[in-house]
Design a protein around this ligand. Structure first.
Ligand code: NAG
Ligand code: NAG
Ligand code: NAG
Length: 235
């Protein structure tokens, strides 16, 4: 009897101590906002110059690749909930989880507008996502891609196999150069031109002014169309 009473007492005091600790932790959590304070886990936060006053964060599971190419910093990490993530100069370009939304919209709208497009140019787009969508059309004869940074293509082929698989299509021709130069002497050639660039701060800078769009206009066939990832400024 005594033994049982004693062990019950031990159990009771253990429960009490446990409860007290939980209570303490609960108050501590409330006070220092524990959920934003896990030092053991790493986070990637994007503070883009384009969007002052806000940031976007993803939890990092593993850093897969980190280099500096001739043009920019290239980072690839595996995130906890968005798959692999491609970051150029600190700005997220795509995540495996939601890249389809952007790439499908970039490719299928101009393809629908232009009916039977045969010859297409992609400016930038080194990850290959837009190309993958374009390759779904049997009536397309050729897809030229002009990407300034070869390393983006290499990294995408290695870490984003599902995004970059379009590079294997025989209709795809890769040109590693500045699109502004590439388009210099090209006239009346493309049915569709898709400008899939990064932000206007960095290597894509020359793709954001009138001179460039005049070249795009000249490179299009009479009923051709162009779609671009444009950020509008109001100054
Ligand atoms: C464009 O989209 C409409 C609506 O989905 C579809 O019926 C039509 O076949 C598409 N046209 C082309 C050329 O893809
Ligand atoms: C465009 O044509 C001009 C004149 O023929 C030539 O000097 C220039 O090198 C060409 N540019 C490209 C990128 O081929
Ligand atoms: C557009 O940018 C290119 C490359 O930076 C430059 O050579 C060209 O003069 C610019 N054109 C205009 C209209 O600002």
């Amino acid at each position: 009897m005594d033994k049982i009473a004693a062990s019950n007492k031990v159990k009771l005091s253990m429960v009490l101590v446990g409860g007290l600790c939980s209570l303490l932790l609960y108050h501590l959590k409330k006070k220092i906002n524990f959920s934003h304070f896990f030092l053991s886990k790493k986070w990637f936060s994007e503070f883009s110059l384009m969007w002052p006053g806000q940031a976007f964060s993803l939890e990092i599971k593993k850093i897969l690749h980190e280099t500096k190419s001739k043009y920019q910093n290239i980072l690839v990490f595996e995130s906890t909930t968005f798959g692999n993530v491609l970051v150029l100069d600190g700005v997220i370009q795509l995540t495996e989880r939601d890249e389809f939304a952007y790439h499908e919209m970039m490719a299928h709208i101009p393809m629908n507008v232009s009916k039977e497009a045969k010859k297409i140019l992609v400016v930038g787009g080194g990850d290959g996502g837009v190309i993958r969508e374009l390759c779904k059309y049997k009536h397309v004869d050729s897809i030229d891609i002009c990407e300034i940074d070869e390393m983006v293509i290499d990294v995408s082929k290695k870490y984003f196999k599902e995004v970059s698989k379009g590079f294997d299509d025989k209709r795809v021709n890769v040109f590693i150069e500045d699109a502004s130069k590439f388009l210099e002497n090209i006239t009346n050639t493309y049915d569709v031109i898709i400008v899939d660039s990064s932000d206007p701060i960095g290597p894509a800078e020359s793709l954001f002014n009138q001179t460039f769009y005049e070249k795009v206009f000249n490179a299009l066939k009479p009923n051709g169309c162009c779609v671009s990832q444009v950020i509008l400024y109001i100054s």
